[in-house]
Design a protein around this ligand. Structure first.
Ligand code: ADP
Ligand code: MG
Length: 255
């Protein structure tokens, strides 16, 4: 596998083509952003932690029957994934009121919800990722009805599996955002990343009564360094993977 030209540089990752048209080479960067890029910092170690966390999470999901674009991790900061046509959607699942949801509806963060909530935002930095509903997604041609139904089904399956993973390491999965794409033959798959940048993770081992954040809210809200929190998530996930016999090592680039 050969790394070829850079296709895209986003806020957290660089995507490169490879000599296989179906494979992308992803490099996780140390950059942290919040508020649609309004707040920005370089945080040493973040790229490596996110690359390793998302890799083990994709492996733990696969072990629970939830497939993704992930192929393998090839270094501290790099991984190979299946190349997809991405739906321009931020797909959000919420298990407890937090963040923009709590603000929008005037409820306290931590308020229990009677059922999980699936939400969509249009992925557009220019527009500030505005909320969008199912009809608008279909009407604008962002996904057709069949695709949207499959995206929704997968989002709920990811939530079930991920909630189980985090419960096993004493972490409450408050909410998270995923992205989905389609392969050349139309197969819809979970893509992008699942990291403490894209999830709200609340520590259940903390008994202070306050919400103990193990996620990017530490950065967004200036609550402290993210690195020890991301390291904690990574080490608990590795222990879980080991206990389940899920292989998580770095694999050499072959061919
Ligand atoms: P952004 O700032 O747009 O969120 P990131 O730094 O997160 O960007 O870089 C990832 C980019 O690559 C995103 O635009 C994401 O939609 C896209 N992407 C993620 N997984 C895949 C994939 N498997 N195939 C093609 N594009 C992908
Ligand atoms: Mg992103």
């Amino acid at each position: 596998m050969e790394k070829l030209e850079k296709l895209y540089e986003g806020k957290a990752k660089k995507m490169y083509a490879t000599d296989d048209p179906n494979v992308l080479w992803v490099e996780y960067m140390n950059q942290a952003t919040a508020g649609n890029g309004a707040k920005k910092a370089q945080i040493a170690g973040k790229g490596s932690l996110n690359n390793r966390i998302t890799s083990v999470l994709f492996d733990l999901l696969a072990a629970r029957g939830v497939p993704s674009h992930f192929l393998r991790r090839i270094s501290d900061t790099e991984q190979l994934v299946r190349r997809m046509d991405m739906f321009p959607l931020e797909i959000i699942m919420r298990n407890v009121a937090a963040g923009s949801f709590a603000k929008r509806y005037g409820v306290e963060e931590g308020t229990e919800l009677r059922c999980p909530i699936l939400e969509f935002c249009l992925k557009s930095d220019e527009l500030g990722d505005p909320f969008i509903n199912d009809d608008a997604i279909v009407a604008l041609g962002l996904a057709d009805e069949r695709q949207l139904a499959e995206i929704s089904r997968q989002a709920r399956a990811v939530n079930d599996a991920l909630t189980d993973v985090f419960a096993s390491i004493d972490v409450r999965l408050a909410d998270f955002k995923i992205e989905e794409g389609a392969t050349g033959d139309g197969t819809i798959l979970l893509a992008d990343e699942i990291t403490p940048d894209t999830c709200r993770l609340w520590d259940l081992r903390d008994r202070s009564g306050r919400i103990e954040h193990l996620d990017k809210d530490l950065f967004r809200r200036d609550l402290g360094s993210i690195i020890p929190a991301y390291e904690e998530i990574h080490s608990r996930l590795l222990a879980l993977a080991a206990s389940e016999g899920v292989e998580t090592g770095e694999k050499a680039v072959t061919e």
